[in-house]
Design a protein around this ligand. Structure first.
Ligand code: RIB
Ligand code: CA
Length: 308
């Protein structure tokens, strides 16, 4: 049985590589839809980028445009990291395919309502605004979610601020709604994703696949990177979410209580992870803290090489 997934995303170069992997793994994953959300760049652009990714991959999943901004705060984007259109280095033309009619949140609600209990996995690669809106508008759909695998948060330093990781910083209210929804969560924080960095040899192997997708990934991973982001090389944060679905044996973690600070101050978006269970509360997330990055990328390179 293939795992049914909905990808919620703000492409974004690392989102693109995650989506490529999901599309390539259609033997294991049934991608029901790709929902764009505002994050790295505004939602009109993240929607266009999702379409560009499908066009180059030669594989299709319905794309829906979602929330234009966070639940409460003004949208803050990250063009200084991903470039004016969010896809610096990808070398992709504008989209040829078009998004589906209707809002992404309506798609999420409609799809979950039509599903069996605990049957659909949500893959959250951007700010959690769409998913939080779906849970707030239709609380009944939570029962249809098997698990939510989230790229977000940090056990130690943040990236967009010293305290917070970008996805949780942009919409901490949405992150708090999702982490308190009572649904099984797997959390990929920066403590892990900053280890998800290709070697130079692996980056070259993407291009050596001689596919448009491989060349695009190589370009995205060899583009310049601001030194202020605390890592050498481009962490492929979001691919860890899809890789976890395919190869969970490459990861390990611990059930912990995780709370997200929504205050409008220096701790905005901070994920507080009760790693040592000091509060004696039941865990609301499996917080991943080990990864085997080189095996992960070897497998991903091979899987993605089947795309066009
Ligand atoms: O902090 C990294 C996360 O923020 C990644 O998902 C990246 O694509 C951006 O959305
Ligand atoms: Ca993202």
């Amino acid at each position: 049985m293939r795992e049914k997934i909905i990808i919620d995303t703000d492409p974004g170069q690392d989102d693109a590589i995650a989506i490529f992997l999901a599309l390539a793994a259609e033997d294991r994953l049934e991608t029901l839809g790709v929902c764009a959300v505002a994050g790295n760049v505004p939602v009109v652009q993240t929607t266009a980028n999702a379409l560009r990714i499908m066009d180059v991959a030669g594989r299709r999943a319905p794309v829906y445009q979602g929330a234009e901004g966070p639940l409460v705060y003004e949208l803050e984007t990250a063009e200084f990291v991903c470039g004016p259109d969010g896809m610096d280095g990808a070398g992709l033309p504008g989209p040829v395919s078009v998004a589906e009619d209707g809002h992404a949140v309506d798609f999420i609600i409609r799809t979950l309502r039509a599903a069996d209990d605990a049957s659909i996995t949500l893959c959250a690669l951007g700010p959690l605004t769409n998913i939080a809106l779906a849970f707030r508008l239709a609380a009944d759909v939570k029962a249809k979610v098997k698990r939510i695998v989230v790229m977000g948060g940090a056990m130690n330093l943040g990236n967009i601020t010293p305290a917070a990781e970008f996805n949780f910083y942009v919409d901490p209210h949405a992150a708090s709604v999702v982490f308190n929804a009572g649904i099984p969560i797997v959390m990929m924080g920066l403590n892990i994703t900053h280890k998800a960095i290709c070697t130079h040899e692996q980056v070259a192997r993407f291009a050596a696949s001689e596919t448009a997708t491989g060349r695009s990934i190589n370009g995205m991973l060899t583009r310049p990177r601001p030194a202020s982001l605390g890592s050498v090389g481009h962490p492929v944060h979001d691919m860890c979410v899809i890789a976890y679905l395919l190869w969970p044996e490459l990861f390990s973690g611990r059930d912990c209580d995780v709370q997200i600070d929504a205050s409008d101050g220096p701790l905005r978006g901070r994920s507080t992870i009760d790693w040592n269970n000091r509060l004696k509360k039941p865990g609301n997330a499996l917080v991943i803290d080990t990864i085997e990055p080189q095996t992960l990328f070897d497998r991903a390179i091979e899987k993605i090489s089947i795309l066009s």
